[in-house]
Design a protein around this ligand. Structure first.
Ligand SMILES: Nc1ncnc2c1ncn2[C@@H]1O[C@H](COP(=O)(O)OP(=O)(O)OP(=O)(O)O)[C@@H](O)[C@H]1O
Ligand SMILES: [Mg+2]
Length: 368
């Protein structure tokens, strides 16, 4: 019962009205007990002091005077008690609302660390805790935005500095005007170009600014599309490809282009992070109501402490290596994860450690 009142603002308000009524009635009883005898005494004294006749004549008037006084006394004391009680009760309702209003103002001013105190368990307390959740989300989004701007500036600065340095070297005659120098500049400019393209794609994907054309798809035909596209890279690095697919495989419910994009990303990474002569295996299997598609390689592997970060934006296990090896910007897996999650699937990585190869797996729902 007490719990019910603690958790419902309406019940609390009802209770407070009841309390005021009870107090009113109590005041009335007390007033009639204390004021009435006094009035009666005053009345009797008046009768003794004045002449009998006069008293008889004044009695009706005096009596109604006493009653009026009693009524005035009752009203005054009732008002005081009611005002004090209402003030106390409305403060308990208004104080949290007021606190939230102040906090909203501060959040609007950009102070995202603002929180309100949650007291009790009623609707106002629930509102306060939701308010805090919202403030927490805003805080996270804001720090993500700041980090993103910092990261992007950092990523842009690296190729820009390289291009500027090479140009200055050329102008000062320190760098020879050879094909190699121009090629270096071109590589950096190309890197810049790719980075901007990737960022554009990432923001499109993360903002869900694209349509998913979901339909039943044949997984093996998707795998074929991807491997056909990447054949030159497989040949160039003399990496062999294995496919592990069951013949009576269910179709998945997914967007063809996006699925191809995810698998191209994972296979592209496997090619990039596997030394010449290695092996890449693409497999698919059914598990309950979903299909798991895996890309396994015999490459450089991923140390366990990096596994949980590689899907983060701009995250690279070995920054210098990927940068100089014409490596990417660490956005590919972030895009892949956003695309897989948009399909309602999951994506994860496994690796036994450095030089132990890696397995990247994503899931897609089976078409009904
Ligand atoms: N198959 C793999 N084997 C080993 N490490 C990998 C593999 N795939 C990804 N990684 C690690 O995860 C990091 C992030 O991969 P991601 O694809 O997001 O970025 P990237 O390949 O560096 O650049 P890009 O944005 O061009 O794809 C890589 O830098 C690499 O360190
Ligand atoms: Mg990549």
């Amino acid at each position: 019962m007490t719990n019910y009142f603690r958790r419902h603002l309406g019940a609390k308000l009802l209770l407070s009205y009841l309390v005021i009524i009870v107090v009113g009635v109590t005041v009335l009883i007390l007033a009639s007990q204390f004021v009435l005898p006094a009035a009666f005494n005053r009345h009797m004294n008046g009768m003794m002091g004045g002449g009998m006749g006069m008293a008889m004549g004044n009695q009706g008037l005096d009596n109604s005077g006493q009653m009026a006084q009693l009524y005035v006394d009752f009203r005054a004391s009732f008002k005081i008690v009611a005002v004090v009680l209402s003030l106390y009760l409305s403060r308990s309702v208004i104080a949290p609302v007021h606190a939230m209003s102040l906090a909203t103002e501060r959040i609007a001013d950009g102070r995202y660390d603002e929180r309100v105190q949650v007291q009790g368990a009623d609707e106002l307390a629930q509102l306060a805790s939701r308010f805090n959740q919202m403030a927490e989300k805003l805080d996270q989004t804001e720090s993500m935005r700041r980090r993103l701007i910092g990261d992007v500036s950092h990523e842009l600065r690296t190729p820009l500095t390289a291009i500027k340095g090479s140009m200055e070297g050329l102008m000062d005659g320190i760098l020879p005007a050879t094909n190699e120098t121009y090629q270096q500049i071109h590589v950096e400019a190309d890197r810049l170009n790719r980075l901007v393209d990737d960022l554009q794609e990432l923001s499109r994907v993360e903002a869900r600014a694209y349509e998913l054309d979901l339909r039943p798809l044949d997984v093996s035909s998707i795998i074929r599309t991807v491997t056909k596209r990447l054949t030159p890279q497989f040949q160039m690095k003399r990496i062999s490809l294995d496919l592990e697919l069951a013949s009576d495989f269910p179709r998945v419910f997914a967007d063809e282009d996006r699925t191809v994009q995810v698998l191209t990303n994972l296979t592209g990474n496997a090619l990039q992070y596997t030394p010449e002569g290695g092996r890449i295996t693409i497999s698919a299997k059914r598990l309950h109501s979903e299909v798991q598609i895996s890309v396994r390689d015999t490459g450089i592997g991923i140390p366990s402490e990096h596994l949980s970060h590689i899907f983060d934006r701009f995250y690279r296990v070995d920054k210098s290596r990927s940068r100089h090896a014409g490596g990417g910007s660490g956005i590919g897996l972030t895009i892949a994860r956003a695309l897989v999650e948009a399909h309602g699937g999951r994506i994860w990585a496994e690796s036994a450690g450095t030089e132990q190869g890696s397995i990247f797996t994503f899931t897609l729902p089976i078409a009904k």
